[in-house]
Design a protein around this ligand. Structure first.
Ligand code: SAM
Length: 191
């Protein structure tokens, strides 16, 4: 099995604080490495993350982004987001916002982002249209945790299948399902 080479330097410290907080939803390195790659493919990008968690995926995104790119990362949980602020908050390319996901998405409907990582309930299982709307032409919409996992609550599997089908039906996007990490889907807006 291949290992992910070259991880962001700050990751070790974030992971240590994440474990101390017992935050269970952090992205794995394979997901992070894909986020880094996709962010690196969009110079001068506006990047949006819905669901900061403790900042693990934000660290990967920031490492892929060039100096002219900016990241807005939102979460409604101030405690976990504080870990991200502690380790990444001095990076001028990132803004952390503590807000309800759907409320935030409604507030940015006139804006466009070249990369959208939707890693919370809103933007994925709810408010999907609001999240897709802000993806720029040629931009990515990315989600993970799509392959069956032991900790899924009852009724979650059909919800995931429904989401995947709904995304595959999108006329304005081309999509790819990836058996990589927890199972990802990447969509690119073509019109
Ligand atoms: C899967 S975790 C994010 C993990 C992070 N992106 C990473 O990879 O390390 C999902 C996050 O969504 C946040 N969240 C859940 N419901 C939310 C909502 N309604 N609005 C905003 N954030 C929400 C949670 O607080 C949690 O931190």
């Amino acid at each position: 099995m291949w290992e992910v080479a070259k991880r962001p330097r700050v990751l070790e410290a974030i992971v240590a604080d994440t474990e101390q907080l017992r935050f269970p939803m952090a992205s794995e390195p394979k997901t992070g490495s894909l986020l880094r790659l996709l962010a690196a493919s969009k110079p001068c990008a506006r990047v949006l993350e819905i669901g900061t968690g403790t900042g693990i995926s934000a660290a990967w995104l920031l490492e892929g982004m060039d100096d002219a790119s900016t990241l807005v990362s939102i979460d409604n949980d101030a405690q976990c987001q504080e870990v991200a602020r502690k380790h990444l908050g001095n990076n001028p390319r990132v803004t952390f916002i503590c807000q309800e996901g759907e409320e935030f998405l409604k507030s940015v409907q006139s804006q466009r982002f070249e990369v959208v990582f939707a890693d919370s309930w809103p933007g994925k299982f709810s408010a999907l249209e609001l999240a897709l709307k802000v993806v720029a032409k040629g931009g990515y919409y990315i989600i993970d945790d799509l392959l069956p996992q032991t900790n899924w609550p009852a009724g979650h599997a059909p919800r995931v299948s429904q989401l995947v089908s709904e995304l595959e039906r999108q006329q304005s996007f081309v999509s790819l399902k990836l058996e990589w990490a927890s199972g990802l889907m990447v969509l690119v807006r073509v019109r």
